[in-house]
Design a protein around this ligand. Structure first.
Ligand SMILES: [Zn+2]
Length: 290
C-alpha cells in the first residue's frame, strides 16, 4: 500500500495488492472520515492504525461508495462503533450478496477469515445526502452506472470528488448499465470538480477533468456503436474478441487486471443487452400483429 496527500486534510491510500483500488480519509475537527477501505486485511489494518495515530484516536464515520468486495471488506479494520454511511441500494446489495461473496473469497484466501462483513447503518435513498463535520461539507451523491448503488462523495470546500467506481481508468459496466454511466459522467462534468479521486488508479488533476470525462464518455458510446454494428450486420458475437480497447480511444493501464479482458467483458455485456432489447421489441411487434 502507498499513500499520498491530496490536500492538507485529505489522504489517499492505494492498494499494491489489488487493482490499485483507493481508500480516502478526511481529517476534520470532529474526527477522521474514511471513504472505502482496501480489501486485504494487512493493508486495511495498517491504514486504520496510521489514521488512529493521525487523528489522536478520533474517528467521525465511515462511508462506502458501493458494495463491491474490493471497497467494502477492509472496513472491518475500523472501530466497530462507527456509523457506516451508504446508499440504501448498497445496503440491499450487501444483504443479498455480501456473505456469499466473503465465503467465496475465504475459500481462495484464508487470510480473509478475520474479515467480518460490515453493513451500512445510515443510508439514503434518492439523489443526495449531506454530512457536515468540522469545517467540511460532504455531499454524498448517487452516481450509478458501474453498479446501481454507486455514490460519489463531493468535498464542497476543496471541490474534490471521491467518485467510487463511477470514474475508473477503464469504465467497467458489466454489473451496471452503460447508459446510466454516460449520464453519470455528464453529471460529473456539470459538477466540475477540481480534482477527482477515482475508485482505482491515479488522481485526475486540475485541468484534466473535462478531457478525461469526455474520453470515458466516448469510450462507452463507441462500444455501443461497435456492438450495434455487429448486430445490424448479423455478425457472430465472437467477433467482439477482435475489437481492441484502443479502437475506442483508451489505453491499457497498469491496474493489475487485464485491460483488454475488462474491455471485452464490457462489450459482451452491451452486445447482449442490445440483443435482448432487439428481441424484446421483435417479440412485442409479433404479439401486436397477432
Ligand atoms: Zn466496483
Amino acid at each position: 500500500m502507498y499513500w499520498e496527500r491530496v490536500t492538507e486534510e485529505i489522504y489517499l491510500f492505494t492498494s499494491e495488492r489489488y487493482a490499485r483500488v483507493n481508500s480516502v480519509a478526511i481529517r476534520t475537527a470532529e474526527g477522521i472520515i474514511v471513504i472505502d477501505a482496501l480489501p486485504f486485511p494487512n493493508e486495511a489494518k495498517k491504514i486504520a492504525k496510521f489514521l488512529n495515530t493521525q487523528g489522536g484516536g478520533r474517528f467521525h464515520s465511515l462511508i462506502l461508495t458501493h458494495h463491491h468486495a474490493d471497497h467494502s471488506f477492509g472496513l472491518f479494520a475500523f472501530p466497530a462503533y462507527l456509523e457506516l454511511l451508504a446508499h440504501e441500494r448498497c445496503r440491499q446489495k450487501l444483504l443479498a450478496l455480501g456473505e456469499k461473496s466473503l465465503a467465496e473469497t475465504r475459500r481462495n484466501h484464508p487470510v480473509f477469515d478475520q474479515v467480518t462483513l460490515r453493513l451500512p447503518t445510515i443510508t439514503f435513498e434518492g439523489e443526495r445526502m449531506f454530512v457536515c463535520a468540522g469545517n467540511h461539507t460532504l455531499r454524498l451523491l448517487a452516481l450509478p452506472g458501474h453498479t446501481p448503488d454507486n455514490i460519489g462523495v463531493y468535498l464542497e470546500e476543496e471541490q474534490v470528488l471521491v467518485a467510487g467506481d463511477a470514474v475508473m481508468a477503464i469504465p467497467i459496466i458489466v454489473q451496471g448499465d452503460w447508459r446510466r454511466e454516460i449520464q453519470t459522467l455528464q453529471k460529473v462534468k456539470e459538477l466540475a470538480p477540481l480534482t477527482i479521486i477515482q475508485g482505482h488508479g491515479e488522481v485526475i488533476l486540475r485541468g484534466e477533468v473535462n478531457t478525461v470525462m469526455d474520453r470515458y464518455i466516448h469510450y462507452l458510446t463507441c462500444m455501443e456503436e461497435k456492438a450495434r454494428k455487429l448486430l445490424a450486420d448479423n455478425k457472430p458475437r465472437d467477433l467482439i474478441w477482435d475489437i481492441p480497447l484502443e479502437a475506442c480511444g483508451l489505453e491499457r493501464v497498469p491496474l493489475g487486471l487485464g485491460s483488454q479482458q475488462l474491455h471485452t467483458a464490457n462489450l459482451f455485456s452491451i452486445y447482449d443487452q442490445l440483443q435482448a432489447e432487439r428481441e424484446g421489441k421483435a417479440g412485442l411487434e409479433n404479439t401486436a400483429a397477432t
